[in-house]
Design a protein. Structure first.
Ligand SMILES: [Zn+2]
Length: 325
């Protein structure tokens, strides 16, 4: 029987579940709502595993579950409740009432070992098992979505620190008097380097420059990172300058990060990384400019090699494979 793991990507409205073998092939997959109680969610997971085991030929043996979820903590086994139904308010348990011990509860419900981690750490392991980092032992993975997440792999292991919170670059400081961040502080990296950060940069530039731009007249809520990419590709100087500034700040902070773990490569993942050379070219150029000369100045800056729509499930599965080494 082929050994497989279950990878589950938990989102705000739905979860994707995949049965994944060691080669990274998704043998079977399904998705279901997360707008239910935790108990119902666990029941859906159990049913999905039973259905997959009944349907798959050749037969499979499920040896573990990996779960990637927003703000999940691998050490405490908790995650950010994706909705009020998961808050645990109705029963005694988690001290703050909002962060159920998801890992233990799921493991009890389905009778399998469960590994839980945040999306960025899961994606980093996904790259190591199935993607761009398959031959790497030391690398940094940065996810560029609406925010900025990161995972640090050192000597083949994710870095967790004392409490599971190590390696979060999104809230390192770029400018102590800079942009307001949702975390309550100022000048965090993700307020500049993320889809939302890029939009804020465009609006600052539009206010500072008199240059004509197709982005003038677009409201903040209507503007998307893709519109900025398309404008830059069409030659709009405001959009081009916004990518240049984004790459400059990211390059500077990656150069700082290199001093912490001296990686073999840095991988960029996520929607904004999909802007291709618009983001990679300035980031690589400034990384090379700002990096301390004792480190390799030609440090590879790589795109993700995970298939976009399956990346989260493969990342979650990689957590489970890593737990079964
Ligand atoms: Zn912040």
């Amino acid at each position: 029987m082929e050994k497989v793991v279950i990878g589950i990507d938990v989102g705000g409205t739905s979860a994707k579940l995949g049965v994944v073998n060691r080669a990274g092939t998704i043998r079977w997959q399904t998705s279901f709502s997360t707008q239910s109680s935790l108990e119902e969610f666990f029941a859906r997971v159990g049913e999905a595993i039973q259905t997959a085991q009944a349907q798959l030929i050749p037969a499979v043996e499920v040896i573990g579950i990996g779960v990637g979820a927003p703000a999940a903590n691998a050490r405490s086994g908790t995650l950010q409740a994706v909705n009020m139904n998961w808050s645990g308010n109705a029963r005694p348990g988690p001290p703050d009432g909002r962060r159920p011990n998801f890992r233990e509860a799921l493991s009890r419900a389905v009778g399998l070992p469960v590994v839980l981690d945040n999306d960025a750490n899961a994606t980093a392991l996904g790259e190591m098992y199935f993607g761009a980092a398959q031959h790497l032992r030391d690398f940094i993975l940065v996810t560029l979505g609406t925010g900025l997440g990161s995972g640090f792999v050192v000597n083949g292991n994710l870095v967790y620190g004392s409490d599971g919170l190590a390696g979060e670059m999104g809230h390192i400081c770029v400018d102590m008097n800079g942009r307001d961040c949702a975390c309550g502080r100022k000048g965090c990296l993700e307020t500049y380097v993320s889809a939302n950060g890029l939009k804020r940069t465009v609006f600052e530039l539009l206010a500072q420059r008199r240059t004509e731009s197709p982005l003038r007249g677009v409201s903040y809520h209507a503007l998307t990172a893709r519109m900025v990419s398309e404008a830059a590709e069409a030659g709009d100087p405001i959009a081009a300058e916004a990518f240049e500034l984004t790459g400059k700040i990211l390059g500077l902070k990656l150069a700082d990060a290199v001093a912490h773990t001296s990686p073999e490569a840095i991988i960029l993942f996520g929607g904004l990384a999909g802007a291709g050379k618009l983001i990679f070219e300035p980031t690589a150029r400034y990384l090379k400019q700002f990096i301390l000369h004792i480190y390799r100045t030609d440090l590879p800056l790589l795109p993700s090699a995970l298939p976009g729509s399956d990346a989260a499930v493969l990342g979650a599965a990689a957590l489970a494979w890593d737990n079964n080494q």
